[in-house]
Design a binder for this molecule. Structure first.
Ligand SMILES: *Cc1c(COP(=O)(O)O)cnc(C)c1O
Length: 746
C-alpha cells in the first residue's frame, strides 16, 4: 500500500505503519563472504566516489547487470543481495579483477591527497555548506530537484578540487515521493523507507563509540537527532535524523519526508537543520571559516551563531554580534519569485521558538520577528527565511546573471537607503553541473581517444578545450551521440513496458512498445518540475500544428516528457493530466512518451540521449536551470527561452533561442504565451527539423553536428561546477565583507 502524506493527518496515518521499524538495525549490516580479490568493492560501496570516478559505475554494473538495475544502481543493496557464486565467478575473471585493482589504486591516491588551502578556507577552518536537500545519486532519495542536484554537484566538485568543506543536511527517512500516473492521468505519490534500501550511510559516533545526539527545543519539548555520514569522495556530508527512540513518536517524523508536510513540519525541519546543524558541527569539533547557506532553509543557523557569541560575553547585545555573524555567513538565493521564498506566520515562529531562546538572543519577541521581515515595522508581514538570511550574511548571491538582477529588484525593499536597484548588494554566480557525473561514458571515451588521458583537466582551460573539441571528427561525435540515443530509446521502451504507463493508454501490447520511438527520428526532451511558470502546456498551444510535425512522414518528431508535480499542488497535477489525456488519432501514440518518476536515473538517460532539450519558462522566472547544461555536455542542443543560464550560454550557434526578451507582465500574460508558442513552432519547423534531416552522402547532418560541437566546446567549461566552485571561492568564500563591497564599487 502506498502511504500518502498530507501534513498532520498524513503524519498520523503514517505513524501506525511506522512502528514496525522502530527497532530497525542501525548498521544495516549483512554477512558477505567477499572473495579477497574483490574485497575493495565493499569499501568502495561506502563512498559515493564510485558514482563519478572513471570506471566506478561499470565495475558494479558488470558484477551482475540485471541485479544492478533491480537495485536501482545502489551498490550496497546489490552486495546485500548478490549470490556468493556470482562473486566467486567474477573473482576468477582476471580482466575484471585487474579493473578492481586499478580502481582501488586510484581511489587510494585520490583520498591520500592533502586538502588545499584557499585563503581563510583551510583544513582547520573549512567551509560549512548547509542545504535542505542533496542530490548525490538516485539511490539516496533526499532531493526533489534542481536545488538538491546543484548541492550534490557542488560537493563533488569540492571533493575533486580538494576544497576543505563539510556539508550538513537532513536524512529524510521516507525521502521524496515516488511518482506513478494512474490510468486517468492523475499523479499518485508513494513513499518508501529509504533505510531499508541499505544506503551508504554510517552512524556518526563520538570517540567512545556512542551515537552523537544533538537536541533542540521545538513543539515545547526537547527533540533529539542522530546523524548519518555519507562520504562523497573526500567530502563528508552529515545528515540529521530525528528517528530516535527517546523522541515522541510524532517528533520522529520531523525528518520523515522531504517537502511532504505542512508549514509546521517545515519550520521545525528548518530549525533542526540550522540550529541542530551548528550544534552537530560543535560536537564534531569543526570550526568553519564560512557558513554557506544554500537557499534560505538553513537561515536559523545565523541566529544560533548570534546566540553562541552572546553566551560567551554577557555584556553584548544582539546588535553587537550581528557583524560577527555576518562575517561568517554567505547566502545563495535560488528563486526569483516572492512566493517561492519560505515564510511563516509570526505565531508559528513564536511557537517554534520558545521565549527562553529569544531571551538568550537578548531580543524582545517583536524584535526577533522583525529579523525575518523585509519591513521590520510591518507586523502583518510573515517571517521570511530569505530576509533573515540576507540580513545576517555578509554576501548574498543569485544563481545566474539575470537572476542576480531580478533578486536585486525583488529585495531592494529591504535596503531603504538605496535608490537604485543596481546598488543592492546581491551579486551572482551562475550555476554549473559536475562534468564527471553528467558526461556519459560514451563521451568520456570519445574524449579519451581524441583529447588524451587527461582530457578532464582540459575542461578548465576554455580555449584549449574549445579547439580540442572542434578538432574531433564529425562522424565520431555523431556515433557517440547515436549510441546514447539508442540507450535512451531502449530505456523508454523498457520503462513503458515495465510501468505500463505513458501517454499511450493502449500500450499494453508488447509489439506496440517495440515500435515506440526510433533512433532516426528527431527527439525532443522536456523534463522539469510541473509548475505554472514552466509552461508545460505551451507546446500544446496549437495542437494541430504540433501533430502536423509529429505526423510528417519524411521528417517526423518524437517527444519524451518527465516531471513531478508537488504532492500538494493540484493545479500542477491537472496540467499533467491534460498532457496525458491527448489521445489524438495520429502517430502521437508512438511518438510521445511520459517517463514516470523523474529522478537522477531518468535524468541521466534523458540529458544524454535527446537531440534537443526544450525549456519554455515564463521570463524571468527561471533562476538558472541546470538540466540544459547536462544536455550540452553530451551533445544535445538546447532549445530554450532566453532566461536563466541560457542568456549567458547561447551564442547564436550552439543551440536555439525561443522568443524575444520580452518579460511577462504577470502570471497570465497570454499575449506573451502566444508569441512564445508561435516562436517555438516556427523554430522547429523552419530551423530545427530541416537542419536535423539535412544529410550528406554519408548520412551525416553536418550543420547539426557543427552546432553540437559548438555546444560541447563552449558550454562544457563555462557551466561546469568546478568553474562555479572556483567563483564561490574567489568571489565569496575567501572575500571578507569589506573586500566584497570594494569589488562591487569598482
Ligand atoms: C538537473 C536536474 C534537475 C534540475 O533541472 P532544471 O533545469 O532546473 O529543470 C531537476 N531534477 C533532476 C532529476 C535533475 O537531474
Amino acid at each position: 500500500m502506498s502511504e500518502t502524506a498530507t501534513g498532520q493527518s498524513g503524519d498520523m496515518h503514517l505513524a501506525s505503519g511506522y512502528r514496525k521499524d522502530l527497532n530497525y538495525r542501525v548498521d544495516f549490516g549483512f554477512d558477505l563472504d567477499m572473495p579477497p580479490q574483490l574485497g575493495f568493492l565493499e569499501e568502495l560501496s561506502w563512498n559515493y566516489f564510485w558514482s563519478w570516478c572513471e570506471g566506478g559505475e561499470a565495475v558494479f554494473r558488470d558484477l551482475a547487470p540485471g541485479l544492478w538495475e533491480d537495485c536501482e544502481q545502489n551498490p550496497r543493496q546489490m552486495l546485500s543481495r548478490i549470490s556468493e557464486i556470482a562473486l566467486w565467478q567474477k573473482a576468477a575473471d582476471r580482466g575484471y579483477v585487474a579493473r578492481v585493482a586499478d580502481l582501488e589504486e586510484r581511489f587510494r591516491e585520490y583520498l591520500s591527497a592533502t586538502p588545499n588551502t584557499f585563503g581563510k578556507v583551510t583544513p582547520e577552518n573549512p567551509v560549512a555548506y548547509f542545504c535542505a536537500e542533496y542530490g548525490v545519486h538516485n539511490s539516496l532519495p533526499i532531493y526533489s530537484g534542481g536545488l538538491g542536484i546543484l548541492a550534490g554537484d557542488h560537493l563533488k566538485s569540492a571533493s575533486d578540487m580538494n576544497v576543505p568543506l563539510v556539508a550538513v543536511g537532513l536524512m529524510y527517512r521516507y525521502g521524496y515521493f515516488r511518482q506513478k500516473i494512474a490510468h486517468d492521468g492523475w499523479q499518485e505519490e508513494s513513499y518508501r523507507n529509504a533505510l531499508e534500501d541499505f544506503l551508504a550511510l554510517k552512524p556518526v559516533n563520538d570517540e567512545n563509540g556512542e551515537r552523537i545526539l544533538v537536541s533542540i527545543t521545538m513543539r515545547g519539548r526537547r527533540v533529539h537527532a542522530q546523524a548519518w555520514l555519507a562520504q562523497l569522495g573526500r567530502i563528508k556530508l552529515y545528515l540529521l535524523d530525528t528517528n530516535v527512540a527517546i523522541n515522541d513518536e510524532v517528533d520522529r517524523f520531523v525528518t520523515g519526508h522531504l517537502y511532504g508536510g505542512d508549514n509546521e513540519t517545515r519550520i521545525v525541519q528548518e530549525k533542526l537543520l540550522g540550529i541542530g546543524g551548528v550544534n552537530l558541527l560543535r560536537k564534531l569539533g569543526v570550526e568553519p571559516s564560512v557558513y554557506h547557506l544554500n537557499e534560505g532553509h538553513s537561515a536559523f543557523l545565523n541566529v544560533e551563531l548570534a546566540r553562541e557569541f552572546l553566551e560567551e560575553d554577557e555584556t553584548l547585545t544582539f546588535e553587537d554580534v550581528v557583524p560577527r555573524v555576518r562575517e561568517l555567513c554567505v547566502f545563495t538565493t535560488h528563486t526569483p519569485v516572492d512566493a517561492g521564498n519560505d515564510s511563516f506566520p509570526a505565531d508559528l515562529v513564536g511557537s517554534c521558538f520558545d521565549e527562553s531562546y529569544i531571551e538568550s538572543l537578548r531580543l524582545e519577541k517583536e524584535e526577533f520577528f522583525a529579523l525575518g521581515r523585509t519591513d521590520p515595522e510591518d507586523e502583518n508581514e510573515w517571517f521570511g527565511m530569505t530576509p533573515l538570511a540576507i540580513r545576517l550574511s555578509r554576501s548574498s548571491n543569485g544563481v545566474s546573471e539575470k537572476h542576480g538582477q531580478v533578486s536585486r529588484s525583488l529585495w531592494k525593499k529591504m535596503f531603504t537607503d538605496i535608490e537604485e536597484p543596481t546598488e543592492v548588494p546581491i551579486t551572482h554566480i551562475t550555476n554549473g553541473v559536475h562534468p564527471a557525473t553528467w558526461i556519459s561514458p560514451a563521451f568520456k571515451d570519445l574524449y579519451r581517444r581524441h583529447l588524451g588521458q587527461d582530457w578532464y583537466s582540459l575542461i578548465n582551460s576554455r580555449e584549449i578545450w574549445r579547439s580540442a573539441v572542434n578538432a574531433i571528427p564529425d562522424d565520431a561525435v555523431w556515433r557517440a551521440h547515436q549510441l546514447l540515443k539508442n540507450l535512451l530509446i531502449a530505456y523508454v521502451r523498457d520503462s513503458t513496458l515495465r510501468k505500463d504507463a505513458g501517454l499511450k493508454s493502449t500500450i499494453h501490447e508488447r509489439e506496440d512498445t517495440r515500435k515506440l520511438f526510433s533512433d532516426e527520428i528527431l527527439t525532443v526532451g522536456f523534463a522539469r518540475r510541473i509548475a505554472k511558470y514552466k509552461r508545460w502546456d505551451l507546446i500544446l498551444h496549437d495542437l494541430d500544428r504540433l501533430l502536423k510535425m509529429v505526423d510528417d512522414p519524411k521528417r517526423p518528431v518524437q517527444f519524451v516528457f518527465a516531471g513531478k508535480a508537488h504532492p500538494q499542488d493540484n493545479t500542477a497535477k491537472a496540467i499533467l493530466q491534460k498532457l496525458m489525456s491527448i489521445n489524438h488519432d495520429s502517430n502521437w501514440q508512438n511518438r510521445a512518451v511520459f517517463i514516470e518518476d523523474y529522478d537522477q536515473e531518468v535524468a541521466r538517460y534523458l540529458v544524454r540521449g535527446v537531440d534537443v532539450w526544450m525549456n519554455v519558462p515564463r521570463r524571468p522566472l527561471e533562476a538558472s536551470g541546470t538540466s540544459g547544461q547536462k544536455v550540452a555536455m553530451n551533445g544535445g542542443l538546447n532549445f530554450s527561452i532566453l532566461d536563466g543560464w541560457w542568456i549567458e550560454g547561447y551564442n547564436g550557434e550552439n543551440g536555439f533561442a525561443i522568443g524575444d526578451r520580452h518579460e511577462a507582465d504577470d502570471e497570465n500574460d497570454s499575449v506573451n504565451d502566444i508569441n512564445d508558442a508561435d516562436s517555438l513552432y516556427s523554430i522547429l519547423e523552419d530551423q530545427i527539423i530541416p537542419e536535423y534531416y539535412d544529410r550528406d552522402e554519408k548520412g551525416l547532418p553536418r550543420k547539426w553536428i557543427a552546432r553540437m560541437k559548438s555546444s560541447l566546446a563552449t558550454l562544457t567549461p563555462a557551466f561546469s561546477s568546478d568553474r562555479m566552485l572556483r567563483d564561490y571561492i574567489e568571489q565569496i568564500y575567501d572575500a571578507g565583507e569589506t573586500a566584497r563591497t570594494r569589488s562591487e564599487q569598482n
